[in-house]
Design a protein around this ligand. Structure first.
Ligand code: SAM
Length: 293
């Protein structure tokens, strides 16, 4: 990678000036201007010339260009109409890029995959995500159970830490369980603000999510499981028993809650943050059975 690539301060400024482009903060527009960080993202993304890649928010094409060089076919979703003519110009050397003008939250990604990639082609999602909707985007992609092997994204450090957290840490919570139910999550690198133009207010990390072929635990009902996990973290300082009492208020009384906890060998005086995924699944399945027998 060298100076001619888009992800340099000089080249980025040239492109922005040429098109009189002004950043929209409301769209989370912080463009990458550091080739080394790009190299790191590409290096961790698991892509090669046989793989298809999906990018969310190509901006002026800094990452898109690298994905086109290092993979077989790239599909990029961009919401900002003003960037389309710019991308047509900056990516004109490539024939393996399809830019789709669409809000990723509304897109039918499954259909796009079928239309753009070969049957059984390995697919990876790689992006420097717009920070204002990091979690909704990732949860949409995971819940839809797309045929995607991995997701490698630049996101706020705090959110990356929550997604990759371990029990008994400050970052561990319902988002951790939601993400790790579908994937194995790992923070691969922390990134300073200086690699973006303009610089965001928060620190960033590269997060890598590798899809699981099977969930790590068996739950009776996924929605019920996720709702119960959320309830256990509703008030972090409260005990499990108290959070469950608030959650089941008029539906299951305290004695019954204690009885269920005892029967599955989970101490009600523990806090939600001390339970691992396995314990949450046992807890959720026990209450689910109680309510659906
Ligand atoms: N990939 C470029 C880079 O690394 O320099 C730009 C990344 S910038 C952090 C986020 C990009 O996502 C912007 O281009 C923005 O317009 C786009 N974007 C914001 N919301 C979006 C949405 N809902 N759907 C698709 N793209 C979106």
């Amino acid at each position: 990678m060298d100076k001619r690539y888009i992800a340099t301060p000089i080249r980025t400024k040239e492109i922005l000036d040429k098109y009189h482009f002004t950043f929209k903060k409301s769209l989370g527009q912080n463009f990458l201007i550091d080739v080394n960080v790009l190299k790191n993202i590409i290096g961790h993304a698991g892509i090669d010339k046989t793989t298809g890649t999906i990018e969310i928010g190509p901006g002026i094409g800094a990452l898109t260009e690298q994905l086109a060089i290092h993979s077989d076919q790239v599909v990029a979703f961009e919401i900002d109409q003003r960037l389309l003519p710019i991308l047509q110009d900056t990516l004109s050397d490539f024939e393996n890029i399809n830019v789709i003008h669409e809000d990723i939250l509304k897109a039918d990604v499954q259909q796009v995959i079928e239309a753009n990639f070969k049957e059984n082609q390995p697919i990876h999602i790689v992006a420097n995500l717009p920070y204002y909707i990091t979690t909704p985007i990732l949860m949409k992609l995971l819940r839809e159970r797309l045929p995607v092997d991995s997701i490698t994204v630049m996101i706020q450090k705090e959110v990356a830490d929550r997604m990759a957290a371990k029990p008994n840490t400050k970052s561990y919570g319902s988002l951790t369980i939601a993400v790790q139910y579908y994937t194995e999550a790992k923070v691969v690198m922390n990134v300073p603000k200086t690699v973006f133009m303009p610089q965001p207010n928060v620190d960033s990390s590269i997060l890598r999510l590798v899809s699981r072929s099977e969930p790590p635990v068996q739950v009776e009902d996924e929605d019920y499981f996720f709702t119960l996990v959320q309830a256990c973290f509703a008030q972090r300082r409260k005990t499990l028993r108290n959070n469950l009492s608030s959650h089941f208020k008029d539906v299951i009384n305290k004695d019954t809650i204690n009885h269920v906890l005892e029967s599955i060998g989970i101490d009600g005086t523990r806090r939600g943050e001390s339970l691992d995924m396995q314990e949450f699944s046992i807890l959720a399945n026990a209450f689910y059975k109680l309510q659906h027998q």
